[in-house]
Design a protein around this ligand. Structure first.
Ligand code: MRU
Length: 338
């Protein structure tokens, strides 16, 4: 597999690496249609909180690629469509709001498309820098050489840059602080065994895939020194929503006295959300549970409950690694400017 690009804007089109096919097939989706991009977000062809925000920003710009007689109506329609794709990752709404400001500042201008596109590029480029800072800032959590456990995918595939939690691991490994990584499989859509494993392979970092239910047993054997995961939305008190199963890990860490870290850009902090219970949790389709790769494994008639995310209470989080530094419990992000 060649050096991949998760999100690329070229020839006035958006090119997305179709993550549902990885790691076995490298297939790209090229489109200038915001509806196709909205579908890509819903289907997790592109996923991960920062990546979703960047993708939505490009989609909003593309809606104004051609002359448009009713700009305000179009903007509202496209904004609503993109905002309805996935409810939990705040980066989506953060990016849409940034685009909204640029839209209304330039609503009557001849260069509306260029202005929107420039903002989308800015959001993308800023995320690249934020990923780098997260990786560098995260180095301070490695008090010795460590074995790391992570959940879901937080790398290049989930962001505009080199990742959040994954980039902390990458920097740790480059600085001789990470020995081995356990990548949780991450049921039901297997972002760990498909995407994180693929990125660990590319980065040359030694790893093992484990099923989600293996974590306690690993910890019991002293095989995990630290857990590092990402976040989709962080409340002002530090409660953090992330992929379902993250909360389990935080509880296990408390019991086994293992540090539990969240890594995320400051844009993942929701300045309108005081506590975790206010975070809307996405419920996924039952087919993702009763089938595996289109093979049906359980009955249609069975009820399924499939939240895509859970919320880890802040008191279980040892530290939150951001692009502006590492914060420790108790958290107070009120007054944050992002
Ligand atoms: O459903 P997904 O794959 O979009 O979930 C992604 C996660 O939960 C990530 O941990 C989170 O978005 C952080 S990505 C840097």
């Amino acid at each position: 597999m060649s050096e991949f690009k998760t999100i690329e804007f070229r020839d006035n089109s958006l090119i997305l690496l179709n993550q549902t096919k990885l790691p076995l097939i490298e297939e790209y989706i090229k489109t200038d249609d915001y509806e196709r991009i909205a579908l890509s977000i819903e289907r997790l062809e592109v996923r991960g909180a920062p990546a979703i925000g960047i993708t939505a920003a490009y989609a909003l710009a593309l809606a104004f690629k051609f002359p448009n007689s009713n700009r305000k109506e179009t903007f509202e329609k496209v904004y609503e469509r993109l905002a309805a794709t996935r409810p939990t990752a705040v980066n989506l709404f953060w990016a849409l709001e940034k685009m909204k400001s640029v839209f209304y500042e330039n609503i009557h201008g001849d260069d509306l498309y260029d202005k929107l596109l420039a903002k989308a590029f800015e959001i993308h480029n800023e995320d690249i820098q934020k990923c780098d800072l997260i990786g560098k800032n995260g180095l301070q959590i490695f008090t010795k050489k460590m074995n790391v456990l992570t959940h879901c995918n937080t790398g290049k595939l989930a962001t505009g840059g080199d990742g959040t939690a994954f980039n902390v691991i990458r920097y740790g490994y480059a600085n001789n602080k990470v020995i081995h990584v356990y990548a949780d499989e991450t049921r039901p859509l297997l972002q760990g065994s498909r995407l994180t494993a693929f990125e660990l392979e590319q980065a040359g970092i030694p790893f093992s895939i484990v099923t989600d239910s293996t974590a306690a047993f690993l910890m019991r054997q002293n095989k995990v020194d630290v857990v590092i995961v990402g976040a989709d939305r962080i409340a002002l008190n530090g409660d953090a929503a992330n992929k379902i199963g993250t909360y389990n890990l935080a509880v296990l860490c408390k019991y086994h006295k293992i540090p539990f870290y969240i890594a995320a850009p400051i844009t993942t902090i929701d300045k309108y959300c005081k506590e975790g219970h206010e975070i809307k949790i996405e419920l996924r389709n039952k087919n993702e549970i009763i089938t595996i790769k289109d093979v049906q494994i359980s009955k249609d008639s069975y009820d399924v409950y499939s939240p895509a995310f859970d919320v880890t209470p802040s008191e279980l989080i040892t530290g939150i690694i951001t692009d502006t530094g590492v914060f420790n419990y108790p958290y107070d992000f009120s007054g944050i400017q992002n």
